[in-house]
Write a protein that binds this ligand. Structure first.
Ligand code: HSE
Length: 418
């Protein structure tokens, strides 16, 4: 029998972990080689009538000093007290499994080192992509390959909102309320809609891909709060939809990483990812393209990912499962140098004069004028700095009132050129 404790056991994910452990007990026992039982639950809440009420403690020391507890599942979220608890658990000889992306990106490298030094494990499958197995494949199957790009949809809440806005014409606030009601959004949903949640997950994947700490604060991050029906309409005219995309590229020259709403062509698989689903494309030199798809948030899929770690740790109770993620920082290149195509939208005072102005700066651009005198066109692949300079000049040019929006166009790395 392996005894575990759940930190944050009465929350959405914690309840899910307990539910799946009970529901699939026989299966889990078979896979783990022994039964897995919850011995203590730490929570600040009282939860009268909860099936695990008798296991509740409000004192972490009860868990720390219980030598029978070998695994701590941390599903509280936030960096504190999660970091202190996770570190103390490892120092006390217990492995830790977490769904907490804030903890993982801020302290993961250190906690992995402590785990390694003590033949323990610090596991975090559920921290990226909810129910999608992505951390383990990055650490196992893809570990011998040179990864050149990691891109995709890594925030279920934003994807749900954009999908609702596009398909049902829902207002942003209503769609966000729906995502919160379904348990997808963070306690502070700004983390979702302003892109930081996705940025942390991209940083985790890039840290795993490069073996060095990628700080998410260095990633240029834009959210979806400014996306409008007019943006969707212009994108649709050109055969595209809009998704909140993470886009990381690793090349000899360094590391590029960006999180921003981007146009995705209808022929690209990301365009079909709806609702709370996430999708990640990993591009690697030997393996070529590998894609991962599944529910990116939600109680049971995320709980399932936490339990997959608990089972893995139960099978490796006295052996560290190697990760190559050091505390050495891998700097992210400044975004101004990234080369991408963009769709620009401009509000015009006179469409004929505006057309001339746009064509002077973007010769040959195919310009779409909507009924409200807004022009939309694509730039060629050019740096962020070039686009900024050109659109600044256009904002002052004849026939143009203002540049309304600039959205990047996603194009995967062309593996034939690698
Ligand atoms: N708020 C997150 C999301 C939860 O919407 O993707 C899963 O990490």
């Amino acid at each position: 029998m392996v005894y575990i404790a759940i930190l944050g056991g009465f929350g959405v994910i914690g309840s899910g972990v307990a539910q799946v452990l009970a529901q699939n007990a026989a299966l889990i026992e078979k896979k783990a080689g022994q039964a897995v039982a919850v011995k203590r639950v730490l929570d600040i809440r009282d939860c009268p009538g909860h099936p695990m009420e008798h296991l509740l403690t409000k004192n972490f020391e009860d868990i720390l000093t219980d030598d029978e507890i070998k695994i701590v599942a941390e599903v509280m979220g936030g960096t504190e007290p999660a970091y202190t608890y996770a570190k103390r658990a490892l120092l006390a000889g217990k492995s830790v499994c977490t769904s907490n992306k804030e903890l993982v990106i801020k302290h993961g490298a250190e906690l992995l080192r402590i785990a390694q030094e003590r033949e323990l494990n610090f596991m975090f499958e559920a921290s990226v992509g909810g129910g999608i197995p992505i951390v383990r494949p990055m650490n196992l199957a893809l570990t011998t390959d040179e990864i050149v790009a990691v891109a995709g949809i890594l925030n279920g809440t934003s994807n749900y909102i954009l999908h609702q806005m596009e398909k049902t014409g829902a207002a942003f606030a209503d769609a966000l309320a729906g995502a919160s009601a379904l348990g997808y959004a963070e306690k502070n949903p700004k983390e979702d809609v302003e892109g930081r949640d996705a940025s942390r997950k991209l940083a985790i994947l890039l840290s795993l891909a490069t073996g060095r700490q990628v700080n998410y604060e260095e990633i240029h991050t834009e959210g979806i709060t400014g996306i409008t029906a007019a943006d969707f309409s212009a994108a649709r005219h050109f055969g595209y939809t809009i998704k909140l995309l993470v886009d990381g590229r690793i090349n000899g020259g360094g590391l590029e990483a960006m999180v921003a709403p981007a146009l995705v062509h209808g022929s690209n698989a990301f365009s079909t990812v709806g609702d709370v689903f996430n999708c990640v494309l990993v591009q690697a030199k030997v393996t070529d393209n590998v894609m991962f798809y599944g529910r990116g948030a939600g109680k049971l899929p995320t709980a399932g990912a936490v339990i997959s770690d608990i089972v893995d740790v139960s099978k490796h109770l006295h052996r560290h499962i190697m990760h190559t993620w050091s505390e050495e920082v891998n700097p992210v290149l400044p975004a101004g140098s990234y080369i991408k195509k963009k769709m620009v939208r401009a509000v015009c005072s006179d469409t004929v004069i505006a057309k001339n102005s746009i064509e002077k700066i973007y010769p040959g651009a195919k310009i779409f004028f909507s009924q409200d005198k807004t022009a939309a066109w694509f730039t060629p692949p050019e740096t962020e700095d070039e686009t900024s300079a050109k659109t600044a000049a256009l904002a002052e040019a004849g026939g143009i009132l203002k540049i309304e929006k600039t959205l990047r166009v996603y194009e995967p790395v062309n593996m034939e050129k690698i």
